[in-house]
Every structure is written in structure tokens, then in C-alpha cells.
Design a protein around this ligand. Structure first.
Ligand code: HEC
Ligand code: HEC
Ligand code: HEC
Length: 436
């Protein structure tokens, strides 16, 4: 039961979007003021993604997160003394953010990623606290009560969950690695909470590993209709074929020569990683590149047979025909895309992923608007849920997975049908948050 409820809460929390851009974001960009250390950390931790709703003010909470027991809502964390966290001392703030316990002593659901934030340093928690108390404007807005029925709203087992699964110690530098690697490890494991999405969950919905010492760490997980890809060194389905520069470009600009962010990664790009310094993005890339592969995969060897057949109009399957009619204008008959805005499908880890959820989902529903530091990306993957049937989507996706030497397994119409039923067409709403 805990597993299910936590899963639901997290999945929905992660699929959620944030509030639209308002004047102050533009203002910040315009006056170019350096963010304080606390604001920088709030960006790195993406607090805005959950503690805001579309159309609402930053950090006022209200985001609904469904669980099978009933919905819970993220809370107002502006410094309003009555409805927000204005009454929190530094110690109480610390206990909430790193320990998962609210001021009044109740345990927070791990939809709040405190198991990751637990690795943040004392100094960083103090800087975050100062930012929330002094720079975030207080907004009076009452928290919405949880919709979990009284008799089920039994938070006590979370204390046991914490004792079993959370390592409450801040990150310790690993002397076997240099300062850059350690900075990357800190950002990924701590504030960035990358593992909350990218690490597979265990029987009680705990992350199976929280450091590089576990082989499951960042090995890929499915959530809310997307596959949060494997970030380890695997040659086909991981980041083995990406250089450190490719990773920096993806996190800093939302796309690179091999792909663009979509699904719940859009929240991370729109509100968090592009605001990190070049040094910090580089440190993250160095750390990710140090993670060994989880298996042994032979890299894709590009094969021109698919291109030749498509160009000569010899469609050997219905998938090839659908591809030529609907996809090749943007992704190319050669499957190589165009530049860094129209991604290649040949040798692309998203296409090769053992879990085809992202591939099916983006074909059904399209991409979300990417807005990198206030600048909207001009290109966007269109949705095909209205134009193509389940069988047609299965055919075209299977064609892409097999073509150009990709050699990945086919998907079925039943897999498409299941995702069609549980996902919605992506919204056009811009999801950028002002922070001050
Ligand atoms: C993935 C979603 C998510 C992110 C990211 C997130 N939170 Fe939360 N947070 C929640 C949820 C959900 C709750 C309420 C949990 C509950 O009711 O059990 C919460 C609760 C809290 C509370 C307790 C509030 C209260 O009203 O007593 C504080 C403080 C808090 N978060 C601060 C932060 C800060 C600071 C950050 C960034 C460093 C952050 N959160 C990032 C989801 C998130
Ligand atoms: C109008 C141009 C266009 C068309 C037509 C198009 N796509 Fe895309 N596609 C994109 C763009 C742009 C992206 C990058 C994601 C984004 O920004 O939304 C993308 C991303 C993708 C991705 C994810 C790649 C990654 O790793 O980022 C897949 C898979 C994909 N498209 C498959 C298809 C399929 C299958 C079709 C035909 C049914 C198709 N696309 C038709 C523009 C297009
Ligand atoms: C809210 C959930 C979520 C969080 C948090 C998150 N990611 Fe992702 N990430 C995803 C999903 C879903 C995808 C797959 C879609 C895509 O490729 O954009 C993805 C894709 C990626 C990719 C592209 C992989 C590929 O093969 O195309 C990289 C790199 C990445 N994430 C790095 C990170 C890092 C580093 C962090 C922490 C700073 C992070 N992510 C945090 C959900 C998340």
C-alpha cells in the first residue's frame, strides 16, 4: 500500500507543470543581477516545479498529487507566517528539507524529495533558508487539506520507511576523485535529485541506489508514462555515445545533436539546469560520464539499407510507409535529423530504450514547449494521436526501432493503446516560473 501510494504521488508530482512566466522573470533577465547563493540552490533543486501551480505565484503550493489513497497537495513555502513557512526556524526548515518532517512534527510523503536533499551541506541549507525567508515574497494562501480519508492518513509508517531507506548524512567528498567529480556527484545526488526520476524503485518504492556505488543508480526508471532514461555508460540505451559536451548542451540548452528534452525532463530544463554555471554543468557531465555501463551493449552500426529503401519508395512495411508520409520531412529518410533541433532517430538512446514508453508517448502526444531561460525553442514534435491508430503508431515505432541498424525489438498495438488511455495530448502552456 505504501508503495502504491508513494508511487502515485511521485509520478503525478513529477508529471506536473509549473506556473507561467510573469513580469519578474523578464525583470531578472533584464537587470541581469547575479542570483544569491540561495536562489541558485533553489534553481539547482527545482523547488518551483512542485511548489507552484500553473497560473499561480511561485512557491505558493497547491499542486495536486494523486495517490490511490486520495490526493495530497504540495504546500505554500513562501515566508508567510500563517499559511507558509514564515514561522520556520533554520533548524525546522532543515528538518523538513533534509529530514522530511514538518514543523508540527508530521512526516512528509517522499513525493517531497528529501531523501536526496538529505545530502545537501549545512551551508547550502542555510543559504536556501535565507533565500526563502528574505528574497521570496510572502503570499497568504492556505494549504489545501489532503483528500486522504482520516483513517488512512496514517503517516507514522513513514518514520519506519525513513529509518530503513534514507541515509540522512550530508554528502562526503570521495578522496578517490577530484574536486570536479565530487562537485558533480553532490549536485546529481543532492539538490538535483536526478535519481528521484532516473533510478529504479524497489519493493517499498525506495530508490534502489542513491550513489554510484550501486549498479542501479540512474539506470533508468519508468514514471508517469515516460521512461526516464538510463544515464549510465551503456552504448545503446545509456549515455555511452554522448560526450561530456553533449551532456552539457542537453542540460544547458534543452537539446543537443542527439535529442531534445521532453516529458517530465521539460520541468528540469525549463526551471532548473540551464540556470547552473558552466562549471557546474561540466561537473555533472564529468560525474555522469564516470558511471559504468549496467550491461554490455554493442554500439549501433549505422546501416544505409533503410535510407536507400525509403528514398526509392520501396516500402517494405506499413511502418516504412507511415514514416515516409509523417516523419521523414523532419527526421530525414536517413534517420539523421537536421541540426540540433530536429533529432536523429538512428542510434538515439530514446529510440533504443528497452522500455519504449517515451518513444510511444512522444509519438502519441508530441513534445512540450521548451523554454530555455525565457527563450522558447522554435521546434516541437507534433502529436499524432488524432492522425494515427494504435496499430499504425506501433508499426511506425517498430520501424524506427529496427531501421538504420538500430536493431531494437518491436512494440505492440496493445502497448500503444495502454499509453493512449493514460496520457493526454501535451498542453501548449508555457511552464516557466519567476523566482523573484
Ligand atoms: C518533486 C516535488 C517536490 C520538490 C522538487 C520539492 N518539494 Fe517540498 N514538498 C513537496 C510535497 C508534495 C510536500 C508535502 C508533502 C506532504 O504533505 O507529505 C512538500 C513539503 C515541503 C515542506 C513542508 C512544508 C510545510 O508546509 O510544512 C517544505 C519546507 C518544503 N517542501 C520545502 C521544499 C524546498 C525548499 C524544496 C527545494 C529545495 C522543495 N521543497 C522541493 C514536493 C516537492
Ligand atoms: C514537424 C517536424 C516533426 C515531425 C513531422 C515529426 N517529428 Fe519527431 N520530433 C520533432 C522535434 C522538434 C523533436 C524534438 C522534441 C521536441 O522539441 O519536441 C522530435 C522528437 C522526436 C523523438 C524523440 C527524440 C529524442 O530523443 O529527443 C522521437 C522518437 C520522434 N520525434 C519520432 C517521430 C515520429 C515517429 C514521427 C512521425 C510519426 C515524427 N517524430 C514526426 C519534430 C518532428
Ligand atoms: C522529474 C523527473 C526528472 C528529473 C528530476 C530528472 N530527469 Fe532527466 N529525464 C527525465 C525523463 C522522463 C527523460 C526522458 C525524456 C528526455 O530524453 O528528455 C529524461 C532525460 C534525461 C537525459 C537525456 C537522456 C537521453 O538518453 O536522451 C539526460 C542527460 C538527463 N535526463 C539528465 C538528468 C539530470 C542530470 C538530472 C538531475 C539534475 C535529471 N535528468 C533529473 C526525467 C527527469
Amino acid at each position: 500500500m505504501i508503495r502504491q501510494s508513494i508511487f502515485g504521488a511521485l509520478a503525478l508530482a513529477l508529471g506536473a507543470v509549473s506556473a507561467p512566466m510573469s513580469g519578474a522573470a523578464a525583470q531578472t533577465a533584464a537587470n541581469g543581477a547575479m542570483p544569491s547563493k540561495g536562489e541558485y540552490l533553489a534553481r539547482a533543486s527545482d523547488c518551483v516545479a512542485c511548489h507552484s501551480v500553473p497560473g499561480g505565484k511561485a512557491f505558493t503550493g497547491g499542486l495536486k498529487m494523486g495517490t490511490p489513497l486520495g490526493a495530497i497537495y504540495a504546500t505554500n513555502i513562501t515566508p508567510d507566517p500563517e499559511t507558509g513557512i514564515g514561522g520556520y526556524s533554520l533548524a525546522e526548515f532543515d528538518r523538513a528539507v533534509r529530514g522530511g518532517v514538518a514543523k508540527d512534527g508530521h512526516h512528509l510523503y517522499p513525493a517531497m524529495p528529501y531523501p536526496s536533499y538529505a545530502k545537501m551541506s549545512d551551508a547550502d541549507i542555510a543559504a536556501l533558508y535565507s533565500y526563502f525567508m528574505k528574497e521570496v515574497p510572502p503570499v497568504k494562501l492556505a494549504n489545501k487539506p489532503s483528500e486522504i480519508p482520516e483513517k488512512l492518513a496514517f503517516r507514522f509508517p513513514l518514520a519506519i520507511w525513513n529509518a530503513l531507506f534514507t541515509d540522512s548524512a550530508p554528502y562526503q567528498n570521495d578522496p578517490g576523485h577530484d574536486a570536479v567529480w565530487n562537485r558533480g556527484a553532490y549536485l546529481v545526488q543532492g539538490p538535483g535529485h536526478c535519481g528521484a526520476c532516473h533510478t529504479p524503485r524497489g519493493f517499498a518504492f525506495q530508490e534502489q541506489a542513491t550513489t554510484e556505488r550501486g549498479a542501479a543508480f540512474l539506470a533508468g526508471a519508468s514514471l508517469d508514462g515516460w521512461s526516464a532514461s538510463n544515464l549510465r555508460g551503456d552504448a545503446r540505451t545509456g549515455l555511452g555515445s554522448w560526450s561530456a559536451e553533449d551532456i552539457v548542451a542537453f542540460l544547458g540548452e534543452g537539446h543537443n545533436r542527439d535529442g531534445a528534452a521532453f516529458g517530465s525532463m521539460v520541468d528540469v530544463i525549463n526551471n532548473s539546469t540551464p540556470y547552473l554555471s558552466a562549471d557546474d554543468l561540466h561537473a555533472i557531465a564529468v560525474y555522469l560520464k564516470s558511471l559504468p555501463a549496467k550491461g554490455s551493449e554493442a554500439p549501433v552500426v549505422y546501416n544505409t539499407a533503410t535510407t536507400v529503401a525509403l528514398r526509392s519508395g520501396r516500402f517494405e512495411s506499413s511502418g516504412a510507409e507511415i514514416y515516409a508520409a509523417n516523419c521523414s520531412a523532419c527526421h530525414g529518410a536517413d534517420g539523421k535529423g537536421h541540426g540540433s533541433y530536429l533529432p536523429p532517430l538512428a542510434a538515439n538512446p530514446t529510440v533504443l530504450d528497452g522500455d519504449p514508453s517515451s518513444l510511444i508517448n512522444i509519438t502519441l502526444n508530441g513534445g512540450q514547449p521548451l523554454v530555455v531561460k525565457g527563450a522558447p525553442d522554435g521546434y516541437r514534435m507534433p502529436q499524432f494521436r488524432l492522425q494515427l491508430t494504435d496499430a499504425q503508431i506501433a508499426d511506425v515505432v517498430s520501424f524506427i526501432r529496427a531501421g538504420w541498424g538500430n536493431g531494437a525489438s518491436a512494440v505492440t498495438a496493445a502497448q500503444v493503446k495502454a499509453l493512449r488511455a493514460t496520457t493526454d495530448p501535451t498542453s501548449d502552456q508555457v511552464t516557466i516560473l519567476k523566482m523573484r
